[in-house]
Design a binder for this molecule. Sequence first.
Ligand code: PGA
Ligand code: ZN
Length: 419
Amino acid sequence: MEIEIARVDAVVTYDSRGRPTLDVMMVSSNGNVGRYASPSGASVGVYEAPPLPDGGILAARKLVVEEVNRILRGFRYSSQEEFDSMLRRIDGTGRYERLGSVVSLGLSFAAADLASKELGIPMYRWLGGPEKPVFPRPLCNVLGGGKHALNRSIDIQEILVTPLNPPSYRDAYVSAVELHREVAKVLSEKDHFFNGGRNDEGAWVTTLSDEEAFEAVWEAVDRVRSDLGVKFAVGVDMAASSMWDPNDKLYIYRRNGLYMDREEQIEYVVELVRKYGLSYVEDPLHEDDFPGFSLLVKRLGKNVLIVGDDLYVTNLSRIKLGLSERAGNGVIIKPNQVGDITHSMESAREASKAGFAVVVSHRSGETPYPHLAHLALAVGADLFKVSPVYGERVVKHNELVRMEDLYGSEGLKPMRWAG
Ligand code: PGA
Ligand code: ZN
């Protein structure tokens, strides 16, 4: 079946940090409406597609309401690939340098939303997912620092947890929320300055040192395990590109006053993993250090997921490069890093085929749309990296809870790396 576009429109709106984005609206000739607004990052990789065109957000809106609307009026598509290749033709640069990802991803997801409404099917089915999908496991930021907390909390950007034994997405999500609450209780006992403050993603902010913070999270994990019987794996996003000083070639831990060269950083990561029993490490090294990621996989990769975010920026050619070198054993998929759904799905599939784990992820500045949940189902993601609280995040978990309830599930993805 073909979907015919009657009109495309856009309004400047604001993301969860109050920064401008574009609410894209696409109307079909049958009168259905598809919508989306792209999120934005704070620890942005240098290889990401630019979010905005020259001229900023107003120029982005003008592009949609004038040029894109003129071209897409009357355009018909019968698959997401067909729509996205039209989008690439309109852009003409190969990486959305002219449109910006706020425009391109806004249109791409609005088209997917519209198609699912026209066909009366959930979006993950439009994107090729099975009727009854396997669900990812939630991967939730519970204690945060770095740029997401104005560099006033721990230096490591995120301490994350993933529940290991709940049988359903609903149970997994509820236990992650419980753990997030328990972390606050532990912090109020151990950190005299803790006042319930949270960062951009809703993770708690603390004055404890990085190492004390790990102990606090493990304390909460132990308590939830004895109260509810739920086991968790613990991990980190080091967001090392944000710590890296390319001139001095050092990783800078501002709060702890530590300076580390590449070798020291590698040893520090290995030590953290061993000392705190980590099962997941994202961006342990900066965005150009493919060999460093390979080295860490050799040393830790059997029981630990080593995941590239700024390293890969969801980009298929960078991922292909990394797969051949085994630079990590997992990839982050953030659709706005490459600017359309099709490219994001190709990247996820390629990584998955090579045995890499696929982690579909939110951004720190999010919008209140659930669409990301459908992308995770369609690509059969292993992990769904979205914080457990704040409305713009909860809406994404709720979408998975709803899909599980409405269409059933083949269970949750096994967590092959939690040793
Ligand atoms: P960002 O952070 O959205 O600010 O880039 C998330 C991450 O680094 O994973
Ligand atoms: Zn990251």
